[in-house]
Ligand binder design. Sequence first.
Ligand code: PMP
Length: 489
Amino acid sequence: MKKATPVQINWKPDKNNPVPLYQQIVDYIYQKIFSGDWPVGTRLPSQRALAEQFDVNRSTITSALDELTAFGIIRSGHGAGTLVINNTWGLMLPEFQKWEKYVTSGSFMENNQTIQTINRMEFEENIIRLGTGELDPRIFPKDKWNQVLKNLTPQIQSLGYLGPLGLPELQEALARHLASCGIHTSPSNILVTSGALQALQLISVALLKTGSTVYTEAPSYMKSLQVFQSAGMRLSGVPMDEYGIQYWKLQNKTSLQSGHHSSILYTIPTNQNPTGITMEEGRRQELIDYCVSCQLPIIEDGAYLELCYAQEQPKTLKELDQSGMVIYLGTASKTLAPGLRIGWIVAPEPIVQRLGDVKMQMDYGASSISQWIFAEFLNSGLYGEYLQELKAILLHRRNCALKALQEHFSDLATWRIPKGGFYIWLTFKKELSVEMIFQEALKHRILLNPGDIYGFEKTNSLRLSFSYVTPEEFALAAETLAQVVRHGV
Ligand code: PMP
């Protein structure tokens, strides 16, 4: 019988992780087998090839394979190489790993390995976070924050549970604030959530059926999450150009008109994560018309709407929508403080009521103190003032970042100029493994977000962020990164 080709692996254990290397390798192989990526019969590369790939000693590989063999999930045969022979967890785990069965049984899927590494590495000392989607703590508006807390102290008499839609003062403040963004709505159409992420979770469990399809830009922040997939939904990527999502390419997607399952479109039209693209106004109207014509509701994620550097923001889909088919999401995370965990949903009342009811069963409301704080930020005018200052800082950082890229990457990669937000989508001219660049950059203490996290197919891109680092840090990291790429990953 012909020997199967060994599986391709483009992962490495993390040498900065306190978990022993052999254990990381065991965990990785477990996960691959258990998730079904490596079915029974899969052949592993030779021990020598594994040692090279994982950049570890042969003895580390032997220990890892011995443990997996003892669990009965792989077998090394003479000449046949190492094969996956079992993927039934119950059979193989010794006493101390009984919890494994539970850990891998829940319906919510785990993050991919790269995202788990990023989430861990972000809190290491002396690491340059060149991919982080968060504001630099050094630009946190401490004076305004102190002022807000001072104003609030006499106002807050208690911190009890709140009603299903959130703190009325915040709903009202948000309605006024949204009007200044062109979204005219009333407080009863606003649900306060624990971040925009919870808004997505609520939608996934309360509005959509298992088996439905969520259409979204390719690439998209959505692809880095398991929220909809964990609720039994399929994500379908729709290509973009410089004007935004190419909605007409949805026409080829057969399930769309079948009416069998409820589908929805999720889009980040303004300062998109991860590409930085802002959908052009004409495209916005066309998208709405198209979605109306095929009865496809839209989730508009406005996480970066308030971070347009120009004075004028583009009209939101919510503003353009005449038929009530757009659910708008916002958050305080990208402009002020993700630790507040404050987001909001703007939607027709029946939707807001339904999601509010589910939210009561999930966490009984977003943090009351955070709601008071954000309401006071809005009502005092300090938020508006701060946004102007913040946008000037981000614009300066963007310009410096573009200069650094021009200096170090002009022969290596291409990129667009974002009109707002945090991100530059850097695409290499030569095909290479962005996962490998991620691993190599880590050795230089640079943390990146490889584009593959967001892509529906393999990408040749990185999502660089200029929000968390100073222009000097960005330039230094860009120079090192260019060397890593040049030295051929
Ligand atoms: N939407 C987008 C587009 C985002 O980039 C993020 C954060 N990365 C979120 C939603 C979630 O933000 P939060 O839950 O902190 O409000």
